[in-house]
Ligand binder design. Structure first.
Ligand SMILES: *[C@@H]1O[C@H](CO)[C@@H](O)[C@H](O)[C@H]1NC(C)=O
Ligand SMILES: *[C@@H]1O[C@H](CO)[C@@H](O)[C@H](O)[C@H]1NC(C)=O
Ligand SMILES: *[C@@H]1O[C@H](CO)[C@@H](O)[C@H](O)[C@H]1NC(C)=O
Ligand SMILES: *[C@@H]1O[C@H](CO)[C@@H](O)[C@H](O)[C@H]1NC(C)=O
Ligand SMILES: *[C@@H]1O[C@H](CO)[C@@H](O)[C@H](O)[C@H]1NC(C)=O
Ligand SMILES: CC(=O)N[C@H]1CO[C@H](CO)[C@@H](O)[C@@H]1O
Length: 482
């Protein structure tokens, strides 16, 4: 899900790892509507998932995990990260304001809690941050102490495997010095190295990638590295990291996979079938708790992600909005035999109303494509290409799909189903075959990031701008309480 060059910054709160404790999931909330946190809590419990990672520290969301026994990792918004790194005193201030405030009796479980500061930044920033987190006066131990651990998550492209496989692996030459400094900071503070590994991206970005190597069914030509045979990318990748850490004199640093998953739409390789194949193999692998050929401890994994996010940036690709093991409404996309099988229960939806292309006027094809472009820009059309079920619709049904997505993302606001008279609201299910025309979640259920309770609704007419969904709606739009 992340671009190749990004790094992340993480602060881990709570007792330290070493012993893995199973599977975590990432709940991102860049969707027009998100399930209520209490339903997420229930879903996690139903699936025996005890760890969740959130990308920001929205206090209202975090509060719902209090007393549930679920460990929470919290992210830091990007914009805060730079200032956190630039001056020494900012980091303690941020930690106090956003993190330690949750750590009280009856709050989010302090002993089992971890928090993540996370952001998309360059290596230099991570480097600055590791210095900001060190004690002044040259003490290498972080001022964060034992309760909060700092780590700086990386994408797997910060290391290369070299010519002979994992055993010749090392951090990339261009950033090696910085990476060395970062991992030694981790080592000195008993903090984990967090790495994001996406076999899907390796496959999707590299036409020569042997497809079966992305999965766990042993169908690919194995990589022979001395005595060790690698038949899947994940193990080979992790052992490359093990070697890279060893070469940085930090071989004991524990490893956590901070993100792993497979999207279901928006790319040639993003299909329900391949995602199911990936997850089936992955769940079988982790149920054996064996680590990798070189890393014998059980590894902790965070799945990306729990649900689809239809407002995520699609700069990396249309698949960005389809990483969920579950749909937008917490319903399973495919059966997973092990792990993550149980969907959200008692989900409430808005009325059974769809917005579709009316086909009753003399519109020109220019008007039609302009309306489609509007709907796709402000809504979500990422399911209309690349071979997924909605890509097979005929053109005019695609227009209906686009209209409906925007209509639902606008909480079925009637004014959002106008499109200059080209659209109409219907009560007959507009879904076609396996292409779901979704219904919005009930407003008592749904929320958007940063949104106060009760849910706010901002419609195009009240906004007088076409950017409710892309701009900061709190600033740019008039907000109506429903
Ligand atoms: C969760 O764990 C309980 C107790 O071990 C078990 O009975 C149940 O089947 C598990 N649920 C899932 C979805 O794995
Ligand atoms: C890192 O710190 C240096 C020196 O304090 C500063 O010049 C630079 O802008 C910082 N980089 C980032 C990305 O914050
Ligand atoms: C639109 O309506 C015309 C006239 O009724 C019909 O011939 C045509 O098939 C319709 N097109 C669509 C896409 O429904
Ligand atoms: C459908 O749309 C595509 C691209 O917009 C266009 O190339 C194609 O000719 C259209 N098909 C019909 C039947 O209108
Ligand atoms: C509409 O039909 C689809 C099947 O095509 C189904 O999955 C969906 O649940 C239906 N929606 C509603 C609201 O009944
Ligand atoms: C997400 C969040 O709660 N951020 C807060 C972190 O702390 C700063 C400084 O107090 C606040 O401005 C942010 O709102």
């Amino acid at each position: 899900m992340k671009r190749a060059w990004v790094v992340f910054v993480v602060v881990v709160v709570g007792h330290m790892m070493g012993v893995a404790e199973g599977l975590g999931v990432i709940w991102g909330n860049q969707a027009a509507q998100n399930l209520h946190p209490r339903n997420i809590v229930q879903m996690l419990k139903d699936n025996n998932i005890t760890k969740v990672k959130l990308f920001d520290s929205d206090a209202w969301v975090v509060k719902h995990f209090g007393g549930t026994g679920i460990e929470v990792m919290l992210g830091i918004p990007n914009l805060h990260l730079a200032s956190l790194a630039d001056r020494y005193k900012h980091a303690p201030e941020w930690v106090k304001a956003n993190l330690t405030r949750h750590l009280h009796e009856g709050g989010v479980d302090i002993n089992r809690k971890r928090a993540i500061f996370e952001s998309l930044q360059q290596v230099q920033l991570a480097d600055n941050l590791s210095r900001a987190l060190e004690h002044p006066k040259g003490d290498k131990r972080s001022w964060l102490g034992d309760k909060i651990k700092a780590t700086i998550p990386q994408n797997a492209d910060v290391y290369d495997s070299g010519s002979k496989g994992p055993s010749t692996g090392d951090f990339r030459p261009d950033i090696r010095a910085t990476m060395k400094q970062i991992v030694q900071f981790l080592r000195d503070n008993n903090a984990p190295f967090v790495v994001n590994i996406y076999p899907f991206l390796s496959l999707s970005l590299n036409p020569d990638f042997p497809i079966e190597f992305a999965f766990f069914s042993g169908g690919a030509k194995p990589v022979q590295d001395g005595q060790i045979t690698y038949d899947n990318m994940l193990d080979a990748n992790l052992d490359t990291l093990v070697w890279s850490l060893r070469r940085a004199n930090s071989g004991n640093v524990p490893i956590i996979v901070g993100e792993i998953g497979w999207p279901t739409d928006g790319d040639k390789y993003a299909t329900v079938d391949l995602a199911k194949k990936f997850y089936d193999g992955f769940f079988t692998k982790i149920s054996k708790s064996k680590g990798t050929p070189l890393y014998k401890d059980e590894i902790e994994y965070y799945l990306f992600g729990l649900t689809d996010e239809n407002m995520k940036s699609i700069a990396p690709g249309d698949f960005e909005r389809h990483w969920g093991v579950f749909r937008y409404d917490g319903q399973p996309k495919f059966p997973t035999g092990k792990g993550m099988a149980v969907g959200a229960k008692n989900v409430k939806y808005l009325e059974k109303k769809w917005c579709v292309y009316a086909n009753n006027s003399e519109e020109t094809s220019e008007q039609l494509s302009a309306s489609m472009e509007y709907a796709c820009t402000h809504g979500d059309c990422t399911a209309l290409k690349y071979g997924g079920p909605c890509s097979k619709l005929d053109n005019s049904t695609k227009v209906s799909y686009a209209y409906n997505m925007l209509f639902q993302m606008m909480y079925q606001d009637v004014e959002s189903c106008d499109f200059g008279g080209l659209a109409k609201i219907v009560t007959v299910n507009a879904s076609v075959g396996n292409c779901l025309f979704p219904i919005a979640l009930d407003t008592d259920w749904a929320w958007r990031p940063g949104q106060a309770r009760p849910p706010l609704l901002c419609s195009p007419s009240s906004c007088r701008c076409s950017c409710c969904w892309t701009c900061d709606y709190k600033k740019d739009c008039v907000v109506i309480f429903k």
